[in-house]
Design a protein around this ligand. Structure first.
Ligand code: FES
Length: 111
């Protein structure tokens, strides 16, 4: 099974199993990684924002226009930012490493 690594804002690395077909957001939740994902993958928030390494970024499918629009609202946007719910794990993405941004701006009120 492919693996992926989450790097928390304080630099802690966590390597986890990354089942093919699951999104980075789902993988984070399965492993108690602190990635919010307020809209559960429906491209209506930017709380699942992750920063991908440059090398991995090039391996990912291009972001859709909808994703780009939501990313524009993400706090701490970088040029290798993506939405975690839009990165779907595949065998090719084995070894993917993403960093959690230091802060997210939660635009959703309540739970
Ligand atoms: S969880 Fe809301 S856009 Fe990804």
């Amino acid at each position: 099974m492919p693996k992926m690594t989450f790097i928390s804002p304080d630099g802690k690395r966590t390597e986890v199993d990354a089942p093919v077909g699951l999104s980075v957001l789902e993988i984070a939740h399965r492993n108690n990684i602190d990635l919010e994902g307020a809209c559960e993958g429906s491209l209506a928030c930017s709380t699942c924002h992750v920063i991908v390494s440059q090398e991995d970024y090039e391996r990912l499918k291009d972001a859709t226009e909808e994703e780009e629009d939501m990313l524009d609202l993400a706090f701490g946007l970088t040029h290798t930012s993506r939405l975690g719910c839009q990165i779907i794990m595949s065998e090719e993405l084995d070894g993917l490493t993403v960093t959690l941004p230091a802060a997210t701006r939660n635009m959703m009120v309540g739970d």
